[in-house]
Design a protein around this ligand. Sequence first.
Ligand SMILES: C[C@H](O)[C@H](O)[C@H]1CNC2=NC(N)=NC(=O)C2=N1
Length: 113
Amino acid sequence: MTPLAGESCTTCKAGAPCVPVEERQALLDQLPGWLLISPDGVDQLEKVYPFQDFNQALDFANAVGELAQGANHHPAILVEWGKATITWWTHTIHGLHRNDFVMAAKTDYLHGK
Ligand SMILES: C[C@H](O)[C@H](O)[C@H]1CNC2=NC(N)=NC(=O)C2=N1
């Protein structure tokens, strides 16, 4: 497990700071395959995980859902035949909190188990 994946989410309240732009690349370097996207100006982390079929993608999505419930931090999940797209951002601050990078790392760890 990477150090980032081993971290826990912290409580994030409205007004909490987003991860400064200058800190993001060092975190992204620990997250292979994750892209930083900004739909409607909201910075998010997104990764597409390939699978053999729909059922495997759905099983992974459900596992990510359990991870999210346990952390009380939830992604957007798109399940399609042969792939699952996971997108993390913090709704409260309309952007990226360290929690999102932590959860992306935990998602990778879950996928590798
Ligand atoms: C009330 C509840 O704790 C909050 O709505 C949590 C739930 N899960 C969450 N998930 C994400 N990604 N961002 C949030 O701001 C968030 N807030």
